[in-house]
Ligand binder design. Structure first.
Ligand SMILES: O=C(O)c1cccc(C(=O)CC[C@H]2O[C@@H](n3cnc4c(=O)[nH]cnc43)[C@H](O)[C@@H]2O)c1
Length: 218
């Protein structure tokens, strides 16, 4: 069976493709930036595969990310133990509360599939494993960074698509895992400091582990 890998932008897909072994049972697509594009694009690809009678075994969201300074350095690879929709909740007199805590019965986090996560962690021994946030605005000030870290103390990294792709995978009852490589520190925005080549190189280096996933996903 085939693994679906969704990225936000073609540059991320190209970086992964460069590292994939020939003949890998992987479909790789760039579906756009942000959780809505990720959810819609992933859902469409999953449905098309089902319609062909060849459903995917697993959905992977991969791409670059901001890392929490001191936890996930630039160039690091981060495997999401869960993908969390940051700031999906309500402001209350007691401060921010995620939707679960105010009784909407909603879900703001999707856990990674244990088998594929363990397989990736074994194949990528240098990778960090932990919570990856999905934001809709790149965190770009010291104040918002502090607020994010206080609200999500377990976070290792933030990006903009994981939760959307995870929700689409869950809707199709497919296992999911998020893999990110760190292009920048989360903090006051300094685009000149982003290390895109290092992050893209790390994506390419992780690609063989993703290609080996179909067996682990079964
Ligand atoms: O337009 C540009 O020149 C440009 C250069 C670098 C990055 C971008 C983006 O669009 C960044 C968002 C994109 O990358 C992921 N990402 C990477 N770092 C972060 C971050 O610190 N916080 C949130 N998202 C990040 C994200 O998943 C998006 O796909 C544009």
């Amino acid at each position: 069976m085939t693994v679906l890998i969704v990225t936000a932008v073609p540059q991320e897909a190209d970086a992964l493709r460069a590292g994939l072994p020939a003949g890998a049972a992987v479909d790789l697509h760039a579906v756009g930036i942000g959780p809505a594009a990720a959810a819609a694009g992933t859902a469409r690809l999953v449905a098309l595969a089902e319609g062909r009678g060849r459903p995917y075994a697993l959905v992977v969201n991969a791409g670059i990310a901001g890392g929490v300074p001191g936890r996930a350095a630039m160039g690091a690879t981060v495997l999401g133990s869960r993908s969390v929709a940051a700031w999906l909740g309500a402001e209350t007199p007691a401060g921010f509360q995620p939707l679960e805590e105010i009784g909407f019965g909603a879900v703001t986090r999707v856990d990674a599939a244990p088998g594929p996560l363990a397989a990736l962690a074994a194949a990528l021994p240098g990778a960090l494993v932990g919570e990856i946030l999905t934001v809709t605005t790149v965190t770009g000030t010291a104040a918002s960074t502090a607020a994010l870290r206080a609200t999500y103390p377990e976070m290792l990294a933030e990006a903009m698509e994981g939760f959307g792709a995870a929700v689409a995978a869950a809707a199709a009852d497919l296992p999911f895992v998020e893999l990110r490589t760190v292009s920048n520190d989360i903090g006051p925005l300094d685009r000149a400091a982003w290390r895109l080549p290092a992050a893209f190189a790390a994506l390419g280096a992780a690609a063989p582990a993703l290609a080996a996933l179909p067996a682990a996903a079964r």
